[in-house]
Structures are given as structure tokens and as C-alpha cells.
Design a protein around this ligand. Structure first.
Ligand code: C6P
Length: 404
């Protein structure tokens, strides 16, 4: 598929907002969905709807096949060794909470350290604070510099024999920074720590190979990579998942139950209590197909061009400051403008049909570092193009004229 044709695959991009063609620049919050994904959901509900892993009748077998087929697609997408390592969850947030409350509760004790960075999303801060309050672990924070980068020297200095887990964002949603996670993982392993990577923003934009990264856990959400909401993935190395206690109890996660004792199901079902988001899983499988059809390297290259073009054009606007100027960045640009509140700017841009996010982006410590209440964030997807960037720039200039 050529990038110039990709927009046609997204029906929502034909919408007019406030009388203007929609320019969607908030893929970091959630991406739009291609027809392939919409049709997969529609097909499931029209022709395959039944519960999975339960029925012996044909319809249920077909639903199970489609759902488990999606798990295989995700395994291939991440280059995981086995489908046992692919746990379907609600999203990145649930994946991280699962690791904190199962692996964390089982393997950590008072005084053990969990290392995170100053650029984490709240989803990779609060679960560890909850665990800290429950069992007394210590949270250690790797600082960022004013480019929005973490230094490997600081990271190395904070790793110690007390570090039991490094839990770090692969690509920051508030800054765009891509962390050197392969190197960080190797260093963490040398120190005897396990590694969890928050891949919510990375997976939509680049090829992720969990075996090459050698991370112990990898978390992401389908809805940021052209799939449905309410479904995501926790990848975990089989040996680790095997030793972890279940997260929630209920149907599907058991092998046998008596009032005295429950034997748990095999992986990955041990972590999937209750009727799963079947349609969501199937939709995620379709999203994987969509991305692989375009090509993960091509997506990364294309979005990098958009990032370079938008950065150059934004930098020419008087009073505009880009927050997050890391050398290695993905398709996210956060910025502030002298004398303009980000919310006022985003509200005016909406009048021009332009959807950007103005917020703390659930990364308040990043806002605190840069001493701003919020930023305006334009985040790219495969459907964006130079015209979108020009509309963005034009709208900002108009708003600045009005507000400053
Ligand atoms: N960031 C954004 O606009 P969920 O909500 O579970 O799908 O993803 C949480 C999450 C975790 N880590 C990172 C790096 C993220 O970017 C997000 C979601 C959205 O930036 C909503 S706050």
C-alpha cells in the first residue's frame, strides 16, 4: 500500500469538523481505525460471535480459531518464542498493573528497588507506588535532561544489587524520546534485575523484536496501533510467566476447581480470567496485518520524515518552544507557545478541524521538569501527510495572532 493511498483506508478521515476536513494529529492518544479492522470486528459479530474455549459447536470453534489466530499474529509481530508468552489484557495499563501485582508481589520485598525514569506515563508510576505502599519497595527515578533524554551514565549509576526491576518507557508519549532499551536491558540483566518495557507508543511506530531486546516483559495497547480499544498485550518470557501467580480468578484461568483447591490453567490462560474481549483480539490481529502489509520499517521511515518536516516548520514560529528534543525521537511533537495557554490553542485549532491534544499527557513529572502546566502535542500516524503539517502550522499562526 502506498502512503498516498493509506488515507482511503480510514473512513473517519473523510469527516468534516467545524466545517473543515479533519486533520487528526492525536494518534498518541488513540489511532484511527482502518477498514480492515472495522470489517474484522463487524465480521466477528455478524458471522462468528460465540464464546471461546468453551463450546463444542462449530460457531464457538470458529470464534476460538479466530481469537487464537490473532494471538499467533501478535506472537509473530513481536517475534516472541511462543503464543504462551502473549497474554491478552485490557491495555498497557492493565499489563503493568498485572506485573506489579503478580511478579512484583511474589518477587519483591521491602527495600528492593524498582528503577523508572522521569519521563514515565502515570501507568508506569502509580502501579509501583501502589506496590510500594503495600510491601515497602523503593522507587528510584532516573532523571532526564532538558532535551528530554535520560543519560546512560545516570542510569548505570543508579543500577545496583538492590535493583530488582527496571520498568521503562520505550518511547515517551509526552516527549517522543526513544530510549536505548536494548542497551538498558543488557545493563539491567548484568545487575541481576528484570526489565519491563512500556511499549504503548513504540509499537505503532517501529518494529519491536522482544527476543532481540531480551526484555522480560513488554506491554502495549491495540488502540494506539490501529486496533480496537479495550485490548492489549502483556508479553512475558515463558519461564517468568510460568512462575507467577494469577492476577485475577474466575472462569477460563482454571484447570480444575474444588472448594479446597484450584489448579490453574496453562499459559497464557492462567492470566486471562473471564470471557475475554474476543472481538478486540480479532481486531488486534487485523491491525497487525494492516501494519505488516505496509511494512514496519516503511512506517518508521515515513513518520520520521513527517517528524523532521513538522519540526523544521514549527521551529520557525516565533515564541514556540518544542518540549523534547532528543536525538532519537518518534512521531510526537510537544510544544508550548509564549503567552498562550495550551488549552486555548487546542480549542482554537479545533475550529480549524485540527485535533491535537493539550494536556499533561498523563506524564505530570515531565511537565514538572519543564515547569509547564501542559503542552500542545501533535502526534503522527501512517495517514498523516505534508498537507496536515501545513494545516497545523497555518492554524497555529492564526491562533497566535489572535491570542498574543
Ligand atoms: N497514553 C496519550 O495520549 P492505555 O491507556 O492503557 O492504553 O495506555 C497507557 C499508556 C501507557 N504508556 C504510555 C507511554 C502511554 O502513552 C499510554 C497512553 C495516551 O499519550 C493516553 S494518556
Amino acid at each position: 500500500m502506498k502512503f498516498s493511498d493509506i488515507r482511503d483506508a480510514f473512513p473517519i478521515l473523510k469527516l468534516q469538523e467545524n466545517g473543515q476536513p479533519l486533520v487528526y494529529l492525536d494518534s498518541g492518544a488513540t489511532s484511527q481505525k482502518p477498514l480492515k479492522v472495522i470489517e474484522a470486528l463487524d465480521h466477528y459479530y455478524r458471522e462468528e460471535n460465540a464464546n471461546v474455549h468453551r463450546g463444542v459447536y462449530g460457531l464457538s470453534e470458529r470464534a476460538t480459531e479466530a481469537y487464537e489466530g490473532a494471538r499467533k499474529k501478535v506472537q509473530h509481530f513481536l517475534n516472541a518464542q511462543s503464543t504462551k508468552e502473549i497474554v491478552f489484557v485490557r491495555g498497557t495499563t492493565e499489563a503493568i498493573n498485572l506485573v506489579a501485582q503478580t511478579w512484583g508481589r511474589e518477587n519483591l520485598a521491602a527495600g528492593d528497588e524498582v528503577l523508572i525514569t522521569e519521563m514515565e506515563h502515570h501507568s508506569n508510576i502509580v502501579p509501583w507506588q501502589l506496590l510500594r505502599d503495600q510491601i515497602g519497595i523503593k522507587l528510584v527515578i532516573v532523571p532526564i535532561n532538558d532535551q528530554g533524554e535520560m543519560s546512560l551514565t545516570d542510569y548505570k549509576a543508579l543500577l545496583s544489587e538492590k535493583t530488582k526491576l527496571v520498568s521503562v518507557v520505550h518511547m515517551s508519549n509526552a516527549l517522543g524520546t526513544i530510549n536505548p532499551v536494548k542497551e538498558m536491558t543488557a545493563l539491567a540483566h548484568d545487575a541481576g534485575a528484570k526489565v519491563l518495557l512500556d511499549g504503548a507508543q513504540a509499537v505503532p511506530h517501529m518494529a519491536v523484536d522482544v527476543q532481540s531486546l531480551d526484555c522480560d516483559f513488554y506491554a502495549f495497547s491495540a488502540h494506539k496501533m490501529y486496533g480496537p480499544t479495550g485490548i492489549g498485550v502483556l508479553y512475558g518470557k515463558e519461564a517468568l510467566l510460568d512462575e507467577m501467580p494469577p492476577y485475577q480468578g474466575g472462569g477460563d484461568m482454571i484447570y480444575s476447581v474444588t472448594f479446597d483447591k484450584t489448579e490453574y490453567n496453562e499459559l497464557p490462560y492462567k492470566f486471562e480470567a473471564g470471557t475475554p474481549h474476543i472481538a478486540g483480539g480479532i481486531g488486534l490481529g487485523a491491525a497487525v496485518d494492516f501494519m505488516l502489509e505496509i511494512g514496519l520499517e516503511k512506517i518508521a521511515e515515513y513518520e520520521n520524515q513527517l517528524l523532521i518536516e513538522a519540526t523544521e516548520k514549527l521551529q520557525q514560529i516565533d515564541g514556540l518552544k518544542i518540549i523534547g528534543q532528543a536525538a532519537n525521537k518518534g512521531g510526537v511533537i510537544s510544544f508550548v507557545i509564549d503567552g498562550v495557554h495550551p488549552h486555548d490553542m487546542a480549542t482554537l485549532m479545533d475550529q480549524d478541524g485540527i485535533a491535537v491534544r493539550a494536556s499533561h499527557h498523563c506524564a505530570m513529572p515531565v511537565m514538572q521538569h519543564f515547569d509547564v502546566p501542559a503542552t500542545i502535542r501533535a502526534s503522527f500516524g501512517v495517514y498523516n501527510n505534508s498537507e496536515d503539517i501545513d494545516r497545523l502550522i497555518g492554524s497555529i499562526k492564526e491562533a497566535v495572532d489572535m491570542l498574543v
